[in-house]
Ligand binder design. Structure first.
Ligand code: PCA
Length: 340
């Protein structure tokens, strides 16, 4: 446990002691205090507090806290406040923070199979995405365990569509357009589409749109709404290209150091969070589509020629991915396509 955590625990204990007379307040708002001797974890995420993933994380923390009578308290730190999104996995692995959340496509340099969910046009629905996760999960758990990490759960983002500041008829229209990317995987997709990738993390998207730094991007309806995409992009093509997942994980040593009841409570809260999160994703997707339309964004299916180009791109990307990842890719795609 690092110094800051120890200090915070001591502080929380003092706070708790000074408020001990307020037992009623404790039960009404358990997250405001720590029980004496409680373990306090921080969980880093790069997404905004209001995002459905973050809301779900907070609910998991609360559930674990209640189930342990306050013995395990997890403070969720959104918006990249602790570590930038793409640095979270390493920070948790190195024990700089006890737990974190990262989009799986950001993990591919270290764990190539994590990129399976961002191969375009492999999954076309939440059901597909869940099936892919069931196949991927044991492999990810193993790869993570080898790195001293413990997988808690994963939840998909809504389907990825294409936003643009002008109407698009075919892939060729993207040539030279500045396409927002947020990691190497999305930069590669942008390049394959003929666009020029511009790195913009989710936390800076609103500003990049306001500043006119990007002409197009592939993301969900949810992120479009959260970044007020209509500031500069009024076309949304429902490409349904992939369902990227956020993975939530803990440092294995921190996990092992938990008292057995806390470990059990967190495991259960994580299972519940996974179930709740997938449902929340679908609900947020539908709500966000309405919100986009209300704000003047045209939501359209892709023109035929464009969709044909996109399928080709998907095939190209898949083949490349399988070649690059090797055996691990077959371990995922063979069972996935077998049952398709
Ligand atoms: N929103 C996140 C990741 C995928 C998504 O839908 C983003 O655009 O950064």
């Amino acid at each position: 446990m690092d110094r800051a955590t120890t200090d915070r625990r001591a502080f929380s204990r003092r706070t708790f002691a000074s408020l001990a007379c307020g037992a009623a307040a404790w039960s009404a708002a358990p997250s405001a205090f720590s029980a004496p001797g409680a373990t306090v974890w921080r969980l880093a995420t790069g997404y905004p507090a209001e995002n459905f993933h973050t809301v779900n994380l907070v609910a998991m923390a609360r559930e674990a806290e209640l189930a342990t009578g306050g013995q395990l308290r997890i403070e969720v730190r959104p918006g990249g406040a602790l570590f930038a999104l793409n640095a979270i996995r390493a920070a948790v692995q190195e024990g700089k923070v006890e737990a974190g959340e990262a989009i799986m496509s950001s993990l591919v340099a270290d764990v190539p199979i994590a990129g399976a969910d961002s191969v375009p046009f492999i999954t076309g629905s939440y059901d597909d995405a869940q099936r892919l996760w069931r196949i991927q999960r044991p492999l990810i758990e193993k790869a993570f365990a080898q790195r001293g990490l413990r997988v808690l759960y994963a939840v998909a983002w809504p389907p990825q569509g294409l936003y643009a500041n002008r109407p698009l008829g075919a892939m060729a229209d993207l040539r030279g357009m500045r396409m927002r990317a947020y990691n190497a995987t999305t930069a590669r997709i942008a390049t394959l589409m003929g666009a020029v990738p511009v790195d913009v993390p989710a936390t800076e998207l609103d500003k990049a749109l306001a500043d006119g730094r990007i002409d197009c991007m592939m993301t969900s309806a949810v992120t479009g709404v959260e970044s007020r995409v209509w500031q500069s992009m009024r076309y949304f093509y429902e490409v349904n290209a992939w369902f990227p997942k956020n993975l939530v994980f803990a440092n294995a040593q921190a996990w092992d150091a938990l008292a057995a009841p806390s470990r059990d409570a967190l495991g259960k809260a994580a299972t519940a969070a996974e179930l709740r999160g997938w449902a929340a994703s679908a609900t947020a997707a539908a709500r966000s589509m309405d919100e986009l339309r209300r704000n003047g964004v045209k939501t359209e299916p892709v023109p035929y020629l464009f969709s044909r180009d996109l399928r080709r791109l998907g095939e190209h990307f898949s083949l490349d991915w399988v070649k690059q990842v090797g055996v691990g890719a077959n371990d995922i795609f063979i069972p996935y396509f077998d049952k398709h």
